[in-house]
Design a protein around this ligand. Structure first.
Ligand SMILES: [Zn+2]
Length: 202
């Protein structure tokens, strides 16, 4: 493996660990396929909430979606933090997601965490203006970074990343094993942070 491949793989490890760790913080699980980084970068999360509760749905989807890049960025410091609502990239993503409605159902749509974030926000609030979406994105990003910077959460994220880099793939039991057997301390840490920074849903 050449050096850049190793660096990219490590970034993938922290990225997927970010999705997993944030999911555990919020009381969710990962599905039976687990989380993996080699042949594909894969992680699907699962939360239980009442059907039709778009506020909860947005919260449970957006924070784990956002946590991938942010955990990766906190680890290597490369690229932009994606924390600014006034970015051309975010404007493009909002435009592209809005444009999906006018396309043929068979057309391929753009894949990526930030595309999913904006889709979720529009599902929750279909009448949101671009400005409102950008403000909401920035607020969620701020809360996501506050959570990922918490020392308990950061330590757990690094432990999941290391286990993932070693094995290439983890199931839910492996993930819990990597962080000491339970997500309880992560949930408590997340609650502490949210009490300080406020809930992005408010
Ligand atoms: Zn991701």
């Amino acid at each position: 493996m050449v050096a850049t491949e190793a660096v990219e793989r490590e970034a993938d490890g922290y990225h997927e660990a970010g999705h997993v760790t944030m999911t555990l913080c919020l009381g969710g699980t990962i599905n039976a396929e687990g989380v993996e980084i080699d042949e594909r970068q894969y992680c699907r999360v699962h939360f239980v909430y009442p059907r039709g509760d778009s506020v909860k749905r947005e919260f449970f989807q957006v924070l784990p979606d956002m946590a991938g890049w942010r955990a990766e960025h906190l680890h290597h410091g490369l690229g932009t933090p994606r924390s600014d609502r006034k970015s051309a990239e975010l404007e493009y993503i909002i435009w592209a997601v809005r444009d999906e409605a006018s396309r043929h159902p068979d057309d391929e749509i753009e894949d990526g965490d930030d595309f999913n974030v904006i889709r979720e926000m529009l599902l929750h609030n279909p009448d949101a203006t671009d400005e409102e979406l950008c403000v909401r994105y920035e607020r969620y990003s701020e809360v996501c970074y506050a959570l990922l910077r918490d020392s308990t959460i950061q330590t757990a994220n690094a432990a999941v990343a290391r286990a993932l880099l070693k094995a290439g793939r983890l199931n839910f039991a492996d993930v819990l094993g990597a962080i000491g057997g339970s997500a309880d301390t992560l949930k408590e840490a997340a609650q502490r942070v949210m009490d300080q920074v406020g809930d992005p849903r408010d």
